[in-house]
Write a protein that binds this ligand. Structure first.
Ligand code: AMP
Length: 420
C-alpha cells in the first residue's frame, strides 16, 4: 500500500473547514478586506530574504522543488513550496504595483514546513492570512486584533483562549535591547542551552523561542524590550493597550513573545488555547515595517498582518462543535429498485428529484432487500423510495419513512410534490 506523506492529512469531511472559510470571508468583508490568491510555488530567495537565514523555517523546514531555468540565463532558480503567506502577499503587492494603500487583503490556502509532526503540527497545513499593507498607523494593529477577537469570541463562540501581546519597538530599540540582552546572557552563559548559546551570537532575541524548561524559566528574569522603547514607540505601545481596552479586548502582555520570524517589528501577538497542548497558538501576527523594502519595494510600506492555522482552529472548535450553527445537510431520499429491470425507472425518478434540487441517491448494487435497507439507514435517508415490479406496472412507488417506519404507496407523478 502507498501511504500519505508523513505530516500530511486526508481531510475526509470538509464541512467544518468550509464553514470556517465562509464565516471568515463574511467577517473580513465587513472590515473591507478583499480575498486574493498567490501561488503555492515561490522562489526560495523570497523567504531567505524575508524570514531571515537564522530562522528554523529557513534553516531546516523548507520544501525545495526542482526549479525552472531562469529565462535570462542558464542558472536554475530554486523554487520552494511556500511556508507562510506574508512574504508572498508582499511580493504580490510589489510585483503588481499596487498603489492604493492600505491594501487590505486575505487569502486561504496550504503551507508547507518540514517540522517534526505532532498534535496540531503538520508538514502540510492551512492558513488564513490577513494583511494590511502600506499603513504605519498603529491603530490598524488594534483594529486587526479586534476583528480576530470578534471572529473567535462572537462568531465562533470559542470560550477559552487568551490574547498574548508584546511590542518589539523600532530597529534602533532592538539594537539597544540586543546589547542589554547580550550582557544578561553573558552573565548566565553557564546555564543556557547550546542552541541559545548559538542564538546569543547570531540573533539574540530568538533565545525567547527556546522550549527548554530551564531556559524559559531563566528568561522570565531577562530584561524586557518594552522597557527599552524610544519615546515614539513607547507612545505607540501605550496607545495599542489603551485602544484594545476601549474596544473591550482582553489581553495579557507576554514580554518574552518575539515570534519566530525576523521580519517582525513593533506589535507581535498570538491567540492561544489551553485545549491545544504544546502547540497552543492558533493565530499569530504582528507588524512588519521593513519587509516590503527587503523584497524590493521602492518605498517603505509599513504593514501589519496575521495568520490563523485552520487545523489548530478546528482542534479548538472540536469541543464546541455542537454550539456552532453549522448548515444542516439536505434531507436524503434513497431510491431502491428491487431488481435490474427497475434500474432505468430508478434513474428517471432520481433525475426528476435532482432536477427539483432534492438530494437523492440510488441503491444500484445487487444486494438483498434487508441489506439495502440497512445501508439506506446508515446513509441517513429520510425516505426510501421502493420501486419493484408491482410499482413499475402500476406507476406507483412505495415510500418508507425511515424515522417512523411507516409505508405508503403513492403515484410516481405526485412523488416530487409529496416530498417537497
Ligand atoms: P506562523 O506562520 O508560524 O506565525 O504561524 C501562524 C499560525 O499557523 C500558528 O499560530 C498556527 O496556528 C499555524 N501553524 C504554524 N505552523 C504550523 C504547523 N506546522 N502545523 C499546523 N499549523 C501551523
Amino acid at each position: 500500500m502507498i501511504n500519505r506523506v508523513k505530516g500530511t492529512q486526508d481531510l475526509l469531511d470538509l464541512a467544518l473547514f468550509n464553514y470556517l472559510g465562509e464565516k471568515v470571508k463574511k467577517q473580513f468583508e465587513i472590515y473591507n478586506f478583499t480575498e486574493i490568491s498567490t501561488p503555492i510555488l515561490e522562489p526560495l530567495d523570497l523567504y531567505v530574504r524575508s524570514l531571515g537565514e537564522e530562522t528554523d523555517v529557513i534553516k531546516k523546514e523548507m520544501y525545495l522543488v526542482k526549479g525552472d531555468t531562469k529565462e535570462s540565463g542558464s542558472s536554475e532558480e530554486v523554487i520552494c513550496l511556500r511556508p507562510e503567506g506574508t512574504a508572498s502577499t508582499v511580493r504580490a503587492f510589489v510585483e503588481n504595483n499596487i498603489i492604493n494603500t492600505p491594501w487590505k487583503v486575505f487569502s486561504i490556502g496550504p503551507m508547507f514546513r518540514h517540522e517534526r509532526p505532532q498534535k496540531g503540527r503538520y508538514r502540510q497545513f492551512h492558513q488564513i492570512n490577513i494583511e494590511i499593507i502600506g499603513s504605519k498607523a498603529i491603530e490598524q494593529d488594534v483594529q486587526l486584533i479586534k476583528m480576530l477577537d470578534r471572529l473567535f469570541f462572537e462568531t465562533l463562540a470559542i470560550e477559552s483562549y487568551a490574547l498574548l501581546i508584546n511590542f518589539l519597538g523600532c530597529i534602533e530599540d532592538r539594537k539597544k535591547f540586543k546589547l542589554i540582552l547580550s550582557t544578561f546572557l553573558e552573565s548566565k552563559i553557564a546555564t543556557i542551552c547550546s542552541t541559545c548559546k548559538v542564538r546569543k551570537d547570531k540573533n539574540s532575541m530568538r533565545i525567547f523561542d527556546c522550549k527548554n524548561d530551564s531556559c524559559t524559566a531563566l528568561y522570565q528574569e531577562a530584561p524586557a524590550i518594552v522597557d527599552c522603547l524610544c519615546d515614539g514607540c513607547k507612545l505607540e505601545w501605550q496607545s495599542i493597550l489603551d485602544n484594545l481596552e476601549h474596544l473591550s479586548v482582553s489581553y495579557s502582555i507576554k514580554k518574552t513573545l518575539v515570534r519566530g520570524l525576523d521580519y517582525y517589528s513593533k506589535t507581535v501577538f498570538e491567540f492561544v488555547s489551553p485545549d491545544l497542548g504544546a502547540q497552543n497558538a492558533f493565530c499569530g501576527g504582528g507588524r512588519y515595517d521593513q519587509l516590503a523594502l527587503e523584497i524590493g519595494a521602492k518605498e517603505d510600506q509599513p504593514s501589519v498582518g496575521a495568520a490563523i492555522g485552520i487545523e489548530r482552529l478546528m482542534l479548538v472548535l472540536d469541543a464546541a462543535k455542537d454550539r456552532l450553527l453549522m448548515p444542516q445537510k439536505m434531507p436524503l431520499y434513497i431510491i431502491m429498485p428491487m431488481a435490474k429491470e427497475q434500474h432505468a425507472l430508478a434513474l428517471l425518478l432520481a433525475d426528476e428529484l435532482q432536477a427539483q434540487k432534492l438530494c437523492c441517491d440510488i441503491l444500484l448494487e445487487d444486494d438483498s432487500v434487508k441489506s439495502k435497507m440497512r445501508k439506506a439507514n446508515k446513509m441517513g435517508a429520510k425516505f426510501v423510495i421502493i420501486v419493484g415490479e408491482d410499482e413499475q406496472r402500476n406507476r406507483m412507488v412505495t415510500l418508507k419513512n425511515m424515522i417512523t417506519g411507516s409505508e405508503e404507496k403513492i403515484a410516481q407523478s405526485t412523488l416530487v410534490a409529496y416530498l417537497k
